[in-house]
Design a protein around this ligand. Structure first.
Ligand SMILES: Cc1cc2nc3c(=O)[nH]c(=O)nc-3n(C[C@H](O)[C@H](O)[C@H](O)COP(=O)(O)O)c2cc1C
Length: 205
């Protein structure tokens, strides 16, 4: 079957592409608005960008009702946020935090997460996640306009917290973290050690 995207509705493009670009890691993002009110939301449009400087990208899409999502507004106004890895124990509450709460509701309280002070940025980190990456906004690139248009938030990772329980030889161990990921529709997956394999990089043509 062929799909000509220029003939398709925005929601059809979304349904198609989220089934194709999968599994996607989930950034669970803590931020504060200009008045200091907290916010938590998951974003699976999330990628590692580079290491010099260390950079990551999240994409809050345009919202039909609100225009910009709270996370985008907050990061544009304060420049600071924390990205957490999602584990199986967090999944139901992370999903609840994705509810369309008004800006004055802090999803830490609404979804039942615990605040821990961050080291280099003002938004608190989430105690329940074994991994927290403290970030500063580098640039927001707006691509398109209206519902489901993308906003690429490029950020620099300035400090990382990793729970000792998921370290092996001083480095985070994916076998122990078992991160959750997003597939198409409302499907999720958990990265389990039984599904991992290693492959050395080629050393010859
Ligand atoms: C697992 C998961 C992944 C999500 N990924 C995205 C995403 O990448 N981009 C997006 O705009 N919304 C995404 N959403 C929906 C947002 O979390 C939701 O719109 C949320 O209300 C945004 O919160 P905010 O307005 O506080 O920023 C996702 C929801 C879930 C449950």
């Amino acid at each position: 079957m062929e799909f000509a995207l220029e003939t398709m509705e925005t929601t059809e493009c979304y349904r198609l592409l989220t089934r194709l670009v999968a599994p996607r890691p989930i950034a669970f993002v803590s931020s504060l608005d200009a008045a200091g009110r907290g916010n938590l939301a998951p974003f699976s449009f999330f990628m590692l960008g580079g290491a010099a400087p260390p950079s990551v990208v999240i994409c809050p899409l345009g919202d039909r009702r609100r225009g910009d999502k709270d996370t985008l507004r907050n990061i544009e106004s304060t420049g600071e946020y924390v990205i957490h890895v999602v584990t199986e124990a967090m999944v139901a509450r992370v999903n609840q935090a994705s509810f369309d709460y008004p800006p004055e509701v802090d999803e830490f309280d609404a979804a039942g997460f615990t605040r821990v002070p961050s080291v280099r940025v003002r938004p608190p980190r989430v105690a329940e996640s074994p991994v927290a990456m403290e970030c500063r906004r580098f640039q927001v690139v707006r691509h398109g306009s209206g519902p489901m248009a993308s906003n690429y938030i490029i950020g620099e990772v300035v400090h990382v917290h990793v729970d000792d329980a998921v370290l092996t030889d001083g480095l985070p161990d994916t076998h122990l973290i078992q991160p959750a990921a997003r597939l198409g529709a409302n499907d999720w997956s958990i990265t389990r050690a039984a599904m991992h394999f290693s492959l050395a990089r080629p050393t010859a043509p």
